[in-house]
Design a protein around this ligand. Structure first.
Ligand code: ADP
Length: 553
């Protein structure tokens, strides 16, 4: 904490100067927001939590901590959380940047192989005692962690919006979603049971027990900085495993705040560590270390393939939640208004930076014009502004590469004859060059020739394609190597069954756009991943099945 105290007395100007050398790597700052006096920032916090008007986004460590009820949750000094203590590597730190204004709000630790090994050793040391407790006792600790997250939900949401950019209402939603996994697995650990098999010989008895898989490693992305941590840590800890987490180095603050609350809840030292730093160094140790028995990863298909290869040398158990290319089918018999509402929700949540986000809207000829007109009108009416502003529907994209990809996909579609209905450009007047307006492109009968049809845009661009019949729609939807999520709107329930069964995806929403909650098996097939997270399915990933045979009875 002493380092943090030193950091907090630095003025915002000093902070900016101190970090400016490394700033251009992720972000081009657009202007400098002068920091507000603490009192006015407090008012902003109060008004933003009551949905009143606000104008500011944190532009320094001090302005962010001033927004929080419990500033100790905000670790701005560049630390990891290893073996129950916040510690700092000696390497030079990287800035954590608020994408809404390009300002540095904290430092991120630059931990590497040595710190990862330390965390794994601590996890190995701590696991036997944790695993030996009853599931009920572990559940009590998880329940306490849940309560602390609930009590601090507003602070956690503000920290998330500051480092990730999503609207505060979405950040609050993510904290509730993240916490639902603690709620569920605090109970679910108690329902892990084995089996006594029917004997095949009169002198033999055979039974199956479930045991924690061992020390686990988790690598999580920046788009859901809290939920991807608890979706992995809650079932792992409930099963009796210990876990070392590598959050995205660009959004470490949410992870560290969760670690602080886990410590307060009584998670023993070493059972949960958070190592912030160099991705390939940390990942290299996690995937090759013989004491790590499981890797659970959420991120891009490219990195997932790389990590899977790295895990092969020690034959680790892996769960992979990777990219998507979700189709959203709308048939002539659909309720078009409901379809437009779900299309908007699945496309523009988190500015489209969601692995389940709709990437291809496939609309039948009879309702195509009505659908695109309504979609474009509602999209144009969205409030695009800084995430802490009241009424924000969509914030900035996370970094500059995301608008670039959106720009490339839109340019490609337009060059090949598609029509831009709204958006299609950045709007730096919102606070930074990471703001890209929500966009609708009518592609008509073009499809596979467009880059956006085959690649995940991961941004707020809705490409709409036309189809004529059900078979064509299914063929178009399945024409991808991805298989995470798909959506379909129709009033014909026989068709809903048929299409639901025919879509080669891990999750299908039928007249429904919201897939995620704590009870469902979240995950994909094909190149979208391996394994499932959540519900009764999610704890399986952290259990080993052991046979014990008793002879000579
Ligand atoms: P995204 O495109 O959403 O950033 P990535 O797959 O690049 O997805 O990142 C997801 C997570 O994987 C992040 O925590 C990132 O730091 C980590 N990561 C990226 N490259 C590697 C790597 N070579 N080894 C280990 N982790 C990595």
């Amino acid at each position: 904490m002493s380092t943090m105290m030193v950091m907090r007395v630095m003025t915002p100007t000093t902070m900016t100067m101190t970090f400016s050398r490394s700033l251009p790597s992720r972000f081009h700052s657009i202007g400098v927001n002068s920091p507000s006096p603490r009192s006015s920032i407090r008012n902003i916090a109060a008004s933003s939590s009551s949905q009143g008007p606000s104008k500011e986004s944190p532009s320094s460590p001090s302005s962010l901590s001033a927004l929080l009820n419990d500033p100790c949750l905000f670790r701005d000094e560049g630390v990891s959380f290893i073996d129950g203590a916040f510690s700092s590597s000696s390497s030079s730190k990287k800035p954590v940047i608020n994408p809404a204004n390009g300002q540095t709000i904290a430092l991120a630790d630059a931990a590497a192989a040595e710190e990862t090994q330390k965390a794994i050793s601590a996890a190995k040391r701590a696991m036997p005692e944790w695993a030996a407790q009853t599931a009920k006792a572990r559940g009590r600790v998880l329940r306490k962690w849940f309560e602390l997250i609930r009590q601090n939900a507003n602070d956690l949401a503000i920290i998330m919006t500051a480092e990730q950019g999503k609207p505060l209402k979405e950040a609050r939603g993510e904290i509730a979603y993240a916490n639902s996994f603690l709620d569920w697995y605090a109970e679910e650990g108690r329902r892990v049971s084995g089996m006594v098999l029917a004997p095949t010989q009169t002198t033999k008895r055979q039974l199956v027990v479930r045991q924690p898989v061992g020390v686990c490693a988790a690598i999580t992305p920046w788009n859901f900085p809290s939920a991807m941590i608890t979706r992995k840590a809650a079932p792992a800890l409930a099963a009796g495993c210990s876990m070392v987490i590598k959050p995205s180095e660009a959004t470490p603050l949410s992870a560290l705040a969760l670690a602080e609350l886990a410590k307060r809840a009584g998670v023993p030292d070493g059972v949960l560590s958070v190592v912030v730093g160099d991705a390939s160094d940390i990942g290299g140790v996690m995937t090759s270390h013989p004491d790590v028995r499981k890797l659970t990863f959420t991120g891009s298909t490219r990195v997932g393939k790389l990590l899977s290869e790295q895990c092969a040398s020690t034959v680790k158990n892996v769960t992979m939640e990777l990219g998507g290319n979700a189709p959203f089918l709308v048939f002539d018999d659909a309720d078009v208004d409901a379809a437009v509402a779900d299309a908007m929700a699945t496309k523009f949540r988190n500015a489209g930076q969601v692995c389940t986000a709709t990437n291809r809207m496939l609309v039948q000829r009879g309702v195509y014009n009505e659908f695109i007109e309504k979609l474009a009108a509602k999209t144009e009416a969205m409030s695009v502004t800084q995430g802490l502003d009241a009424g924000c529907d969509m914030g900035p994209l996370f970094d500059l590469s995301a608008p670039s990809k959106a720009e490339e996909h839109v340019a490609d579609a337009l060059a090949k004859g598609s029509e831009l209905l709204t958006g299609g450009k950045r709007d730096a007047s919102k606070g930074s060059d990471a703001f890209y307006l929500p966009t609708v492109v009518s592609c008509g009968d073009r499809n596979v020739e467009l880059r956006a049809f085959g690649e995940e845009t991961f941004g707020p661009v809705a490409n709409v394609y036309r189809f004529d019949d059900e078979d064509a729609a299914i063929a178009m939807a399945n024409n991808t190597r991805m298989g995470l999520s798909a959506f379909c709107h129709t009033r014909d329930m026989s068709r809903a069954w048929r299409v639901g069964e025919a879509l080669e995806y891990g999750m299908v929403g039928l007249n429904e756009g919201a897939l995620s909650d704590e009870v469902i098996p979240f995950g994909g097939c094909k190149e979208s991943g391996l394994g499932r997270e959540g519900g009764v399915f999610g704890i399986e990933a952290f259990l080993e099945t052991k046979l014990m045979v008793f002879g000579r009875i």
